[in-house]
Design a protein around this ligand. Structure first.
Ligand code: TRP
Length: 445
């Protein structure tokens, strides 16, 4: 069977941006910025996105396009008979873990779509509402189940047609709504403190852990370090320019995260919600904004519906990696792979849900179960996968081959001689040092 291919460069950009833009930009970005102290974290994050994220994103896409394979097959093809395929395998495992908790949060956002439709009343206790939702012993499991089921159905059917179209209409709408929320937030009395929080760096808050969290966030939000972009790149036509497409994906993703921050932090400061409230931040802040906004029911419902759709265009890219691996390498039919692997991912997510209810006594180094999954996958597996992919591209696949795959065949040179030193040395060393120091300061300082 011929491998599916994106219908155009725009199709690829939208699908890859659909993967990148998701809960990571709104839910995860806001809560991590909040717990890591604001502007200083944002600066470090931006530097990492441009210096590490962009070159690695192009590298992953190039590896996918040149091999036309899933991550495990891609490493096998470029380095026959070596253990490098294990990097692809780590990616598949990471996709498994990320999707299991991602679907739980996506389930919250679907549940909040329903709550928004009923209307948020201005004097409600939004913190209590959120805690009440996630600590319920069964309801969040049903939403998690429903969300995984939709993923299974889409990936089972094949990704190019359905989702590419959804992303195309939904992404611009989400963008416009976010801008509306920015205006609403900035016009609330007391919101200036939120803008200051995003713009005035306090370097005394910066520790080794700040850098680790910033790398984890950058990788997570760009869908980097586990082969999602290798997989999406494997469906990219030879005619399309990799460096350019990648720049669009990075730009869109970063822009939307910053706008989401401007939608959330001013509102939060105006409402006196502490920025370091953790995973529930967006779910506690945004409903209170909708509750006092004219047309709040409409905007609130649209917002959470679009957030759920953004989550879906991301989550399917995670399931696609796992399914592409088993269909390419083991010859399973797509439907069988989707149902069985999707089902296992659902099961792995159940303890993450129960970590807020039945299993709330479980605490791993100060983290609940969902946090632990997220920490392991985002702050350890993704940077490790990225580091190894960088070494692989520059030293095993070789800089010359990587650069010629990345640059436009018609001669526009974006990536030059700096690629080897940057991707082969600076990035692996920087990521390695940050991982070791960050883990040390998290557990021992
Ligand atoms: N980038 C997505 C987000 O920000 C999540 C995601 C999709 C992802 N695919 C990924 C994260 C692959 C890491 C790796 O919501």
């Amino acid at each position: 069977m011929a491998r599916e291919q994106w219908t155009s460069k725009l199709g690829f950009i939208l699908a890859a941006a659909g993967s990148a833009v998701g809960l990571g930009n709104i839910w995860r970005f806001s809560y991590v910025v909040g717990t890591e102290g604001g502007a200083a974290f944002i600066l470090i994050y931006l530097a990492i996105v441009f210096l590490i994220g962009y070159p690695l994103l192009t590298t992953e896409i190039a590896i996918g396009r040149v091999t036309q394979r899933n991550p495990v097959g891609a490493f096998k093809k470029l380095a026959e008979g070596t253990p490098w395929w294990l990097v692809g395998a780590l990616g598949v495992l990471t996709g498994f873990v990320i999707l299991s908790f991602y679907s739980v949060i996506a389930g919250w956002s679907v549940a909040y779509t329903v709550k928004a439709l009923q209307g948020f009343s201005a004097d409600a206790d939004f913190v209590g509402m959120f805690v009440g939702h996630i600590t319920h012993p069964t309801i969040p499991i049903y939403w998690h189940f429903g969300f995984m089921l939709v993923n299974i159905l889409i990936i089972g059917a094949g990704v190019v047609n359905g989702i590419q179209r959804v992303a195309k209409t939904m992404m611009p709408l989400l963008f416009i709504l976010l801008l509306g929320l920015v205006v609403r937030g900035l016009t609330l009395p007391g919101s200036g403190a939120g803008v200051a929080f995003m713009l005035t760096p306090d370097l005394s808050e910066v520790t080794g852990q700040t850098f680790l969290r910033a790398i984890g966030q950058a990788f997570f939000t760009l869908s980097l370090g586990m082969g999602a972009l290798i997989t999406y790149g494997s469906y990219l036509s030879r005619k399309d320019n990799v460096a350019d497409s990648a720049a669009w994906v990075v730009g869109l993703d970063t822009g939307i995260a910053l706008i989401a921050g401007l939608a959330i932090f001013p509102t939060l400061f105006a409402l006196n919600i502490p920025p370091d409230s953790g995973v529930g931040l967006a779910f506690m802040v945004l409903p209170s904004a909708f509750s006092v906004m004219p047309g709040g029911i409409v905007f609130g419902t649209m917002f959470f519906a679009l957030l759920s759709v953004a989550a879906l265009t991301s989550s399917i890219s995670l399931l696609e990696v796992v399914v592409a691996w088993i269909t390419d390498e083991k010859g399973w039919p797509r439907w069988k792979a989707s149902f069985i692997l999707g089902g296992l991912i659902f099961l792995l997510g159940v303890p993450a849900v129960m970590g807020y209810s039945t299993l709330s006594h479980i605490n791993i180094a100060g983290m609940d179960i969902l946090d632990t999954y997220d920490f392991l996958a985002s702050d350890i597996f993704l940077p490790l996968g990225g580091l190894l992919t960088a070494i692989f591209a520059a030293h095993v696949w070789k800089t010359k081959n990587a650069v010629s795959e990345i640059n436009d065949p018609k001669g526009k040179i974006v990536f030059g001689g700096w690629y080897g030193p940057l991707v082969g040395v600076v990035i692996p060393v920087a990521v390695g040092v940050v991982m070791i120091y960050g883990l040390y300061s998290k557990f021992f300082l």
